[in-house]
Design a protein. Sequence first.
Length: 251
Amino acid sequence: MKLIHISDFHLVQAGGTLLGLDPAARMDACLADVEAHHADADLVVVSGDLSETGGEDTYRILEERISRSKLPIRLMLGNHDIRENFATVFPGQMAENGFAQAAIDLPEGRVITLDTLDDGKVTGRLCDSRLAWLKEKLEEAKDRPVYLFMHHPADKVHLPALDVFGLLDPEPLFALLKAHGDVRHIFAGHLHRLVTGNWQGIPFTILRSTNHQTALDFVSPTTTNCFEPPMYSIILADRDSLIVHIHQFAD
Ligand SMILES: [Fe+2]
């Protein structure tokens, strides 16, 4: 099974730039690279901050691009996104409970994409409704591996400027994941940095953005942007293994 993970497009108005970069051109280059080399992907997940502004116009730019793609793309929301505007353009990406999340069954297990957007806040949150949905989706897959995608990292990574903007109150989430017992990996975005490790024994990979990045700083309480190359990941999973390859698709 091959999954592609992309994060943080940060699209702006047509023709606009963000920190001197063109987010739409970066998105296009990223998707073109995936289309050229991974047309066989079972699923492509974009883990939120699709838009910088949350404007409906930015989701139209995204819709126009992915309508030209044959890739099976699942979209998620981040703190910069506005759920209502996203839902207007992408009604098919919304779950029945009104959140942009999904459970997708593939040959090697179930992919679950979570909506951690807490409207208007930088931090993420899983409310009771979303936790109940997740519990149900995990129980349905109780005999199968689960691969979890979420915009906000589930816990801290020892970067003070970024850790304060993570998921609030992660313990109910971890209780559900541990009760399932076979959550193979958590994939996240939000930090605009490449970080891997494990939380409570569950491995994770956090990706850079396709646009701008944040500087590695273990001391400062404030974020500094930087311009390390953009990336996406190629995830190869079978019954006994899960491998994450990182590809920098542009300099
Ligand atoms: Fe972001």
